[in-house]
Design a protein. Sequence first.
Length: 319
Amino acid sequence: MSTDAAAPPTILVTGAAGALARRVIQGLSSTARVVGVDTRRQAMLPTGVPSYHLDMKRQGFAEVFRQHTIDAVIHIGRVFTHEQTRLARYNANVLGSRQLLELCCHHEVSQVLVHSTYLVYGARADNPSLIVEGFGGRAEDPAEDLVDAVELERLAEHYAAQAPQLNMTLLRPCNIVGPGVRNTMALLLSRSVVPVLLGHSPVMQFLHVDDMADAMILAFRGKRPGTYNVAPEETVPLQEAFRLSGCRRLPVLAAPAMLPRLVSRALNWGTFFPPHLIPHFRYPVVIDGSLFQRRFQWRPRVSAADIFQGYRLRKWGGA
């Protein structure tokens, strides 16, 4: 940890090659020394920003802490379900995150910001209509592909309790979409034809990647530890979102319950219609982001209509 109070902080940002992390790094680099790390590939970052492609579980990662005297960590580096095998994702997302947090404790890092996901709440018919941060639900079937997201949260909660000097902030955003984003929802909105469950169109929340980057920067600068949902109030039925994004919908029978999973596996749709997320195409999961909005004076600037228009224009070659 830096001892010079006048010096700008040194911030380690994981997942540096991703669209969200690149925007966060760009937003912080004028007022802080930023170091980028990614386990997947080398990140092309602004001039003067060190970039490392390495495994967080290996010795080289500890060298980054020693070389740069890290003051704060913004952990965005969760590997998506379609990017690696389940075991590789678990190693990166859970074991790598544990090593990261251990290094934060050892090197007296004074602030940690963790990017999680609203998917940890799980999609069930009996969910409340608006889910607040204290809701005790967790994603069903933890042996499936959401286990790493749930375990990452448990790790963060453990270290927040055992090492309060880390000033841990955990953000659970809704669907982050927009240019460069490669998660499941963003891939779906980018497609010309998308599968939908017949008779189901749950309302969802959509957050532009630029707005999420702003939220993360405000959360870092505000330094108010805790767990926060990050989402707009606006909701849109899923099939309407697809229509507005210029997608043609391909109905899939929703019953029996195993049928959509079987269809996904049989047609190799795991990248954009993964079996573990099919409940989210059946039941709404709407989160209450008002606590974050009040505490950090944040409001999204990009409307859902503008988000969908962007996807539609890119399909037509107009953007």
